[in-house]
Design a protein. Sequence first.
Length: 503
Amino acid sequence: MNHDDPAGRLRCLVTGATGYIGGRLVPELLAAGHRVRCLARSPGKLRDHPWAGEAEVVRGDVTDAASVAEAMRDVDVAYYLVHALGSGSGFEETDRRAAHVFGEQAKAAGVRRIVYLGGLAPAGVPEDRLSPHLRSRAEVGRVLLASGVPTAVLRAAVIIGSGSASFEMLRYLTERLPVMITPSWVHTRIQPVAVRDVLRLLAGSAGLPDDVNRTFDIGGPDILTYREMMQRYARVAGLPRRLIVAVPVLTPGLSSHWVGLVTPVPASLARPLTESLRHEVICHEHDIDRYVPGPPGHPLGFDEAVRLALRRVREARVTTRWSSAAVPGAPSDPLPTDPDWAGGSLYADHREAAVDAPVHELWRVIEGVGGDNGWYSFPLAWSLRGRLDRLAGGVGLRRGRRDAQRLRVGDSLDFWRVEEIEPGHLLRLRAEMRLPGLAWLEMYAESDGNGRSRYRQRALFHPHGLLGHAYWWSVSPFHAVVFGGMARNIARAAARQAPASAR
């Protein structure tokens, strides 16, 4: 980046570009004519995004001062869109340390502005009574405001948009439970905001005057209880009115498990979301409108935000999801590529099958695995494994797919994460389920040179300790059914599909 851009464009650094908001903000900034650099721990996750060729991507971590300093070079505006939520009991300290690093390096690099998206805190509630999630968000905002770099802290409550964790929680609770017994927080007043308005205000904050260093409350025009949000969602979605009975006995922990049972959002993420709903969260000022005025019709009302989100879901045009970011605590180690890997034991299960179909038909089946399409073998075993994973605090099978037909590196796929794609040839998935080790599943489509193809499948497991070895040997008797059946059924599905596509 050249700090003296003759076109007058701003140079923006975006952290959290692999996440829900960051992944949508980057194209907004590019469309506004700005130049964008993304800081990511795993740059490969951004490789297949539609805007990847227009943005610069550098490797780094917000807790590492050296990598942040390098990423800050020649930057005008730095967006802080990361948090350590759910990474363990020490997440508040991690957030605090990262915010200090970010602010210090921004000041040292001469960055003109920091923009941070935090949580809307309830007025008049002592900080020690806030949920750890909201308390940490508030502290990060204070650290950045005190950094010496002009900072805009945008504080939002529930964000309504296709793929957001808050929207998915609302959607699944309402759609799956025509009658529900709910926690008392369904009576809490909330001021939701459409993701379109959040992105508009984030992008617009890049041009705030240099003397603006403060927080801004952002929200839509409607103030609703969570109960009213569910009833209005049902009306917009064409569902009958829901019967909702609130009881005071569900603690935040029980609430999170209830949400985790009904929705794709795991309990580890549902808990901070539900804890944040214990207190009223409404905007007490709308000063941001003076600096970033909205176009006619903005901010969007709740019903319109839900309508737009549902349309994107039904048209399979969800660009990012809450699961876009890596699951806290999930393995991120790349697959060992050395055949004589020195890192320890590496168990493998190999399967192959001849396929009476051309390679492109086989690839279509491979790229479509998971989600509503399933895993082509022993559905009960996959379902049971998903349930066990959720009981252990994992993500289970309910994350599904972002797109029913196409995958890209970094996508979540049930309890897997797409680690590599070679279109038409290889799909490699890394397990994000709770395991005593690291696991991968590889699927290959190869031509036999005669108009047919061969399917190759490899499941790999790197055990951690004695428990890891015991786990592999305890499940290996089922591999013939699960992995063997998967290989056979994928081959059959491709063969069935071939005549249909030829018609």
